[in-house]
Design a protein around this ligand. Structure first.
Ligand code: GRF
Length: 189
């Protein structure tokens, strides 16, 4: 059974779905979530994780340099044995030192084709540019922002979406299905 640590900064809808899949879905007996970590002590996802029986830890980054902060994060997560770090709405860029410490052990999900759009507000970008589709991307995390090796992409049809909310809803529905599937494949590798 592979051990996952999920990193979040906010609402944690991907996190919730992954936990559900480990407890009662496609990841049952394949993977377990040993920790949810957040850089934001107020992240709503933390309470959700706790209500699902998952251990959580947080560390505010206020006043700490990136490298210093990530060293402390390493200390926290290394108390747990883990196979994979799953970024799910984690809004910090990881330091090169942190990324190098865990080669091919950190993955992220991004709401757009990372070759075309990196960073924040990818659904907004798709909506404002009237894109007929977006490509949800799951990728390994390297030292750049959303530049790591692509593991899988899934196209979402955005035609007919009249609001940003609709775009997000369609996209998130695909994210929630895709991310656990990718994790499952990686767990078998
Ligand atoms: C998702 O759209 C994910 O692709 C992006 O951040 C958002 C996180 O949403 N990286 P949630 O916290 O999982 O609900």
């Amino acid at each position: 059974m592979k051990k996952l640590i999920i990193f979040i900064s906010g609402r944690g809808s991907n996190m919730k779905r992954i936990i559900e899949e480990t407890q009662n879905g496609i990841l049952k007996d394949v993977a377990e979530v040993v920790l949810v970590f957040s850089d934001k002590p107020e992240a709503p996802g933390l309470a959700i994780a706790e209500s699902m029986g998952i251990k959580t830890e947080t560390l505010s980054s206020i006043g700490l340099k990136r490298k210093e902060y990530d060293e402390k994060v390493s200390e926290i997560i290394e108390k747990y044995a883990f196979d994979l770090i799953v970024l799910a709405g984690y809004m910090r860029i990881l330091s090169p030192e942190f990324v190098r410490k865990y080669p091919k052990k950190i993955i992220n999900i991004h709401p757009a084709d990372t070759k075309r759009h990196q960073g924040l507000d990818a659904y907004k970008w798709a909506f404002e540019n009237h894109l007929p589709e977006t490509k949800i991307t799951v990728h390994y995390v390297d030292e750049g922002m959303d530049t790591g090796e692509i593991i899988v992409q899934k196209t979402v049809n955005l035609q007919g979406c009249k609001t940003l909310k609709e775009v997000e809803q369609r996209g998130l529905a695909v994210e929630h299905k895709l991310y656990p599937e990718v994790i499952k494949k990686l767990c078998y590798n």
